[in-house]
Design a protein around this ligand. Structure first.
Ligand code: ZN
Ligand code: ZN
Ligand code: FE
Length: 736
C-alpha cells in the first residue's frame, strides 16, 4: 500500500576525469558527513561513484558543493546524476574499489570544448587562434577517435599526425594543460578543414557560413559524423533539406551560437541550462516561447524545439560567423546510419548537400548527437550517443558477462561487467543492411574496447528482429526477454529498485508472450518474475504493420467496435478495412497504447497518418498547449469502448481538439492510478516510448505522488527502445 510522503532521497553521481588518486574519496566522505548524509563512495573503472542519502535539501546541497569544493587536483569531465529509491544506509563509508575497475580501462565520451580552449580560439595572439581542432586534456574528441585501448595517441585516429615541437612540448610537460592530451594539435601539425573540391586557401568556414546564409545545405564533418546544416529561419531551405533527405516531418534539431540566443527562442530552466552547457552538450528538448523567427517546418509536429550549443571549435567558429540558429541534423538519408568518412559522405550525401565542409581527422566510430530533456526536474536522456557513450550505467548488483543486443528500432547494445552496464551509442533502426552492419560493428567495438567475452546473450522475444536473429546465430547461450518486461526492468534498474514494483510499460509495439502485439501493459514485478496484471483491452489492427503508419486504421477498428460501422470514416478503403476487422483477416490483436493514441488523434482530426514513429501522439500532446484541466474520459479497467464513444460524441459536437487531447491524456493517467491502487505496491516504474510524452509523465507522476506512491521514470537511459538493452542485461543476470 502507498506510504506517507518520502522524507529521504538517494542520489547517485558518477564522475569521470581526474578523480582518482587526488583525494576525492576522503573529500566526499567529509562533505557527506558534514551534511549528515549516509551512503558510500568508491572508485570504478570509469571514475568515481558516489551515493548519498538523506533529506532532499541536504542532498541538493551535496550535489551543488561536490564540484565547487573538490580537491584542486581533481578534474571532472563527465558527470551523470540519478535520483534513486532510498536504500536505508546506516552510515557513510569509503568502499573498496570495484573489482572490475582494474580490468577495464575507462573510455571517456567526447567532451565539448572547455572555456580555456575557447579563450585561445578567440585570442588573435594565440597560436591556435581560429584553429578548429583545438583541444586539451579537459575537452575534445575521445570515444570517436579511439581505435583500441589503452588510450594512447598511436591507437587513435590522430596517429597519422606528427606533433610539431611546440605541441610535443605541451604533450610531454606534466605542468601543461595538454599533458598527454591524445588529440593535441595546432595549425602547424594537426588536422585541417576545407571545402570539398576547392583549393585549400581561403576561408572555408566563412564560406560555409555564407552558403548557409544564402539558403544552401552544408554537410559538415563534426565529431561523430557528418551533419547537414541549413538556416533555420528559411522555410524553403528547410523544406529542400527535408525533400532531399527524405525526412518529411520528423523534427530537426537546432544549433544556436550562445545560451543567450537559446533564451530568445525557448523557455530555459536552471536544470535545462546546466544540461545545455554540460560537457555532454546534448540536444535539449525545450518549450518554444513563441518567437516566430524559426521556420515552422523545423520542429514540425513536436511541441518542443530540440536545441544544442556548439560543442567543437569548428562548430563555435561556424556559429560565430552565422550568428543565427541553424538546423543541424544527422548526415544520412532517412533512417540510415550517420555518414562518417569523407568518401562515404560524398557518395551518400552528394545528392543532399550543396557544399561539404570536411576535415582529415578520421572518425573511428559513428556517434549521433544525443537528445535529452528535463522531466520532473531531472535529466532524462532520450537518445544516448555523443557525450554519453560509452559511459556505464550503474546497477545494484553484480551481473555476469551478458551481451544484450537490444530491440529493432532505436537499437543500442550493452555489455554487463560487474555492477556496470556499458551501453553503446544509439545505432538506429535495423531496417537496412547498413544499419545492421553498424549494429554488428557496435557489438564488436564494445567487446574489443572492454576486452569483454560474453557468456550469455540476451535478446528480445520477437523472432523477426534483426537483433534476435543475430543472437540466435551467434553460438552462445541465448536468453529471450519479453519486450515490455525489458522496458520496465531498465527503468527499475537505473532507479535502483528490484521489486516488488508495478511496471507500467506502454509503447507502440512489442511481441507478447501470447504472440499478440502488446503495448499497454501493467506488470507486477519481483526480481526476474513478472505477472501481467492488467492491460489495455485488445483491439484489431487492420493491415498489421500498415496501421503503424496509418492511424486512421486503428481509429476505424475501435470506432467499429465501440460505436458501430457507421462511425467509421468514409474512405476508399473503408469496406475492405471493415471486412478485415470483422473477419479478423490480416488484423492482429493488439493492446498497444501507442495505437490508441493514433486512433484518438485520427478521430480528433489531428493526424490521419504518422510519417515517423510516434508522430500522431506527439501532435496530440501538442494540441493540449497551455490548457489546464482535470476533465477526463472514462477508461474503466483499460476498456477503451466508453472512451471512444465519448470522443466520438465530442467530435460530433465540435469540441476543441485541445480538450479532447487533454481528456484523453488524463484518462490514461487516471487509469494508471487506479491500477496502482489495486496492485498493492508502493513503487511504480513508468517505461516505454509512450512515456516520452511530457504531459503524460508529469501528470501521472503527480497524481501517483499525491497518493503516496514512489514514482520512477527514466533518467540515464531512454524510455523508448533505446533503453531495452539495459533491461535485457539485468533480467538475463537475474535468470542466469
Ligand atoms: Zn580544452
Ligand atoms: Zn603542433
Ligand atoms: Fe518498446
Amino acid at each position: 500500500m502507498p506510504v506517507a510522503e518520502t522524507t529521504v532521497v538517494r542520489a547517485r553521481v558518477a564522475l569521470g576525469g581526474t578523480v582518482q588518486g587526488v583525494g576525492f574519496r576522503p573529500f566526499v566522505y567529509r562533505l557527506a558527513t558534514e551534511l549528515e548524509l549516509t551512503g558510500w563512495v568508491c572508485n570504478s573503472s570509469a571514475g568515481l561513484v558516489v551515493e548519498v542519502e538523506g533529506a532532499p535539501g541536504r542532498v541538493d546541497r551535496f550535489l551543488e558543493r561536490l564540484e565547487g569544493e573538490m580537491p584542486p587536483a581533481a578534474v571532472v569531465l563527465t558527470r551523470e546524476t540519478a535520483i534513486l529509491a532510498p536504500a536505508g544506509f546506516q552510515n557513510f563509508e569509503i568502499r573498496a574499489s570495484d573489482e572490475d575497475a582494474a580490468k577495464i580501462a575507462g573510455v571517456l565520451p567526447d567532451l565539448a570544448t572547455c572555456p580555456a580552449c575557447l579563450q585561445e580560439l578567440s585570442d588573435p595572439a594565440n597560436r591556435r587562434y581560429g584553429y578548429p581542432f583545438t583541444n586539451c586534456t579537459h575537452c575534445g574528441p575521445r570515444y570517436t577517435i579511439i581505435e583500441d585501448i589503452p588510450y594512447d595517441r598511436p591507437r587513435t585516429t590522430m596517429r597519422a599526425f606528427m606533433m610539431c615541437p611546440e605541441c610535443e612540448r605541451e604533450y610531454t610537460n606534466p605542468e601543461d594543460r595538454r599533458f598527454h592530451a591524445q588529440p593535441n594539435a595546432c595549425p602547424r601539425c594537426g588536422p585541417r578543414v576545407w571545402l570539398d573540391g576547392q583549393p585549400e586557401q581561403g576561408a572555408p568556414i566563412r564560406e560555409a557560413a555564407g552558403a548557409i546564409r544564402s539558403g544552401g545545405i552544408v554537410a559538415l564533418k563534426g565529431i561523430g559524423g557528418f551533419q547537414l546544416l541549413v538556416d533555420a529561419r528559411q522555410a524553403d531551405a528547410v523544406a529542400r533539406l527535408r525533400g532531399r533527405k527524405r525526412r518529411e516531418e520528423k523534427p530537426f534539431a537546432l544549433m544556436m551560437p550562445t545560451i543567450e540566443m537559446v533564451r530568445q527562442y525557448c523557455h530555459v530552466s536552471g536544470a535545462e541550462e546546466r544540461l545545455l552547457t554540460s560537457r555532454a552538450a546534448p540536444i535539449v528538448l525545450l518549450r518554444p516561447n513563441g518567437n516566430s523567427m524559426i521556420a515552422p517546418n523545423v520542429a514540425g509536429s513536436s511541441p518542443y524545439l530540440g536545441v544544442m550549443l556548439p560543442y567543437s571549435p569548428l562548430h563555435h567558429l561556424l556559429l560565430r560567423e552565422c550568428d543565427f540558429p541553424i538546423v543541424a541534423t544527422s548526415g544520412n538519408l532517412s533512417d540510415e546510419p550517420i555518414a562518417k568518412d569523407n568518401q562515404e559522405a560524398r557518395a551518400r550525401l552528394g545528392q543532399i548537400a550543396d557544399l561539404f565542409l570536411m576535415h582529415d581527422r578520421p572518425i573511428a566510430r559513428p556517434c549521433d548527437d544525443s537528445v535529452a530533456r528535463v522531466v520532473r526536474g531531472r535529466e532524462s536522456v532520450m537518445r544516448r550517443a555523443r557525450g554519453f557513450a560509452p559511459l556505464p550505467v550503474y546497477v545494484g548488483r553484480d551481473l555476469p558477462a551478458v551481451l544484450a543486443v537490444g530491440g529493432h528500432l532505436k537499437n543500442t547494445v550493452a555489455i554487463a561487467a560487474g555492477r556496470q552496464v556499458f551501453l553503446s551509442q544509439h545505432v538506429g533502426d535495423l531496417d537496412t543492411p547498413e544499419s545492421r552492419q553498424a549494429f554488428e560493428r557496435a557489438i564488436d567495438d564494445l567487446c574489443r574496447l572492454y576486452r569483454f567475452q560474453p557468456e550469455i546473450v540476451a535478446c528480445d522475444l520477437h523472432p523477426d528482429y534483426a537483433s534476435t536473429r543475430w543472437a540466435q546465430s551467434c553460438g552462445l547461450p541465448v536468453i529471450e526477454i519479453q519486450h515490455h518486461h525489458a522496458h520496465a526492468a531498465a527503468c527499475a534498474a537505473e532507479n535502483g529498485i528490484e521489486g516488488p514494483y508495478l511496471g507500467v510499460s506502454w509503447d507502440g509495439t512489442g511481441y507478447g508472450t501470447d504472440g499478440t502485439v502488446w503495448g499497454g501493459e501493467f506488470f507486477f514485478v519481483d526480481g526476474a518474475q513478472f505477472e501481467r496484471m492488467a492491460h489495455l483491452r485488445p483491439f484489431r489492427l487492420p493491415g498489421g504493420e500498415a496501421a503503424v503508419r496509418e492511424g486512421w486504421r486503428s481509429a476505424a477498428s475501435v470506432q467499429w467496435a465501440a460505436v458501430g460501422p457507421d462511425a467509421v470514416a468514409d474512405r476508399p478503403e473503408r469496406s475492405v478495412l471493415l471486412r478485415m476487422i470483422e473477419r479478423g483477416i490480416n488484423a492482429p490483436w493488439t493492446t498497444s497504447v501507442g495505437r490508441l493514441f493514433d486512433a484518438v488523434a485520427s478521430m480528433a482530426g489531428v493526424a490521419q497518418e504518422s510519417r515517423f514513429e510516434g508522430q500522431a501522439a506527439m501532435l496530440l500532446e501538442r494540441q493540449i498547449g497551455d490548457l489546464a484541466t482535470d476533465e477526463s474520459y472514462p477508461l474503466p479497467d483499460g476498456d477503451w469502448a466508453p472512451l471512444i464513444e465519448a470522443v466520438h460524441q465530442d467530435v460530433a459536437r465540435g469540441e476543441a481538439a485541445a480538450r479532447i487531447a487533454a481528456r484523453f491524456h488524463n484518462a490514461l493517467a487516471n487509469w494508471i492510478v487506479s491500477v496502482a491502487l489495486r496492485a498493492g505496491v508502493e513503487r511504480v516504474a513508468l517505461s516505454g516510448g509512450v512515456f516520452q510524452n511530457g504531459y503524460l509523465v508529469e501528470r501521472t507522476a503527480a497524481l501517483l505522488e499525491e497518493r503516496g506512491f514512489q514514482v520512477y521514470t527514466h533518467q540515464r537511459v531512454p524510455p523508448n527502445d533505446g533503453g531495452i538493452a539495459l533491461g535485457q542485461a539485468v533480467i538475463a543476470a537475474l535468470r542466469g
